[in-house]
Ligand binder design. Sequence first.
Ligand code: IDP
Ligand code: MG
Length: 139
Amino acid sequence: MKNITFTMLKPDSVSKGNIGKIIDKIIQDGFEIVAMKYTRLSIEDASEFYSIHSERPFFGDLISYMTGGPIVAAVLKKENAVEDFRKLIGSTNPLEAEKGTIRNLFADSISENAIHGSDSDENAIIESSFLFEKDEMFQ
Ligand code: IDP
Ligand code: MG
């Protein structure tokens, strides 16, 4: 069965002109784009989105970074979408990301790491709901 995952091409990917190349890799890897939006996160949205990290020392920097410029958010569909997408993006720290992964190719640092990918089916739905309506997410 196909399921969905949620991604954001983070502000560094937009400002560096990498969104076309990253979207191309996602499509070449077999993901179908269900919904896509070019937008900018509010401080409230970013804080809620990353609320699990609110006690971490890097939380303030993370919110500034994620709200500092536009992003591209998308809902993606594929068999085994969540796990396969985490493989495609690579480790959180680009220095540890496998060769050829999106973070290996396009990320500069553990904080500005090019792209987000959901870590579970449940979170994929919760995260998609931040930016998309139900009828956009399930097509
Ligand atoms: P993930 O994006 O690979 O799922 P998480 O641990 O969920 O990684 O962290 C969310 C985001 O917070 C990361 O993508 C990165 O932007 C930032 N982050 C995580 N760990 C660090 C850190 O140690 N220093 C600075 N930023 C971090
Ligand atoms: Mg995470």
